[in-house]
Design a protein around this ligand. Structure first.
Ligand code: FES
Length: 226
């Protein structure tokens, strides 16, 4: 056999091999071909890479959801700003029960001390949202817009307001323990009793308690009886 014949024999042999390989590869999909040819295999293959990418994306999504939930659940207002807590210090510093209500403009509440305990009355009228004022002459709150009147405890007395004044929850705190707090009863909103002078007073302006309907106000009944 000449050299040329030998070369032709080899070439023909390879043609047979290539043809056979093409037939094997033809039915496969792109992913399988890449897999078969080991494309992209430098440590991990393409399938592994996609798996890791999906896992990373899912982990990131879970982390972001967790952070969003944490932000939603955690307090959004810092202490001393409206919407947050106001630490008023020792109960011994509460104003006397016969003193006029004290305005706290940063917290948007009137602090009133009564025989049954302190109250933090939201400064906004329950009619159409005007800012009512304390009227020392008549010993009651008076709204300048439509003249609704409320007692020192925030109870509805007279006027177009549909309910008594809203108030913020007050916690009576001993160290880290809440001893008692404003009680949102169905018949009456009860102020927290302060029996121990060593406790502290905290007003939570993030927890507004809606005033009860005007028809349920004891001050209204008393006013009509007088
Ligand atoms: S807004 Fe206060 S009485 Fe109307």
């Amino acid at each position: 056999m000449t050299v040329q014949q030998d070369l032709r024999q080899q070439v023909l042999g390879r043609e047979v091999d290539i043809s056979a390989a093409a037939e094997r590869v033809a039915p496969l999909g792109r992913e399988e071909i890449l897999e078969t040819l080991n494309v992209g295999r430098e440590g991990i293959n393409r399938r592994e890479f996609l798996t890791y990418a999906w896992a990373s994306a899912l982990g990131l999504l879970t982390l972001e959801s967790g952070l969003a939930t944490y932000r939603f659940m955690s307090p959004r207002f810092s202490s001393g700003t409206f919407g947050g807590e106001f630490h008023l210090g020792s109960a011994a510093n509460l104003p006397s029960t016969d003193l006029a209500p004290q305005p706290n403009t940063a917290g948007n509440f009137w602090l009133v001390n009564t025989d049954s305990g302190p109250r933090a009355l939201y400064m906004v009228c329950t009619h159409l949202g005007c800012l009512y004022k304390w009227d020392p002459t008549n010993n009651r709150f008076l709204c300048p817009c439509h003249f609704s009147q409320f007692s020192r405890e925030g109870h509805y007395i007279w006027g177009p307001a549909p309910r008594s004044l809203d108030q913020f929850r007050i916690d009576v705190v001993d160290g880290d323990t809440v001893v008692t707090k404003t009680d949102e009863g169905s018949e009456e909103i009860l102020a927290p009793a302060v029996d121990t002078p060593g406790v502290d007073i905290v007003v939570d302006t993030g927890d507004r308690i809606r005033g009860l309907p005007a028809a349920m106000s004891p001050a209204r009944a008393k006013n009509e009886a007088d």
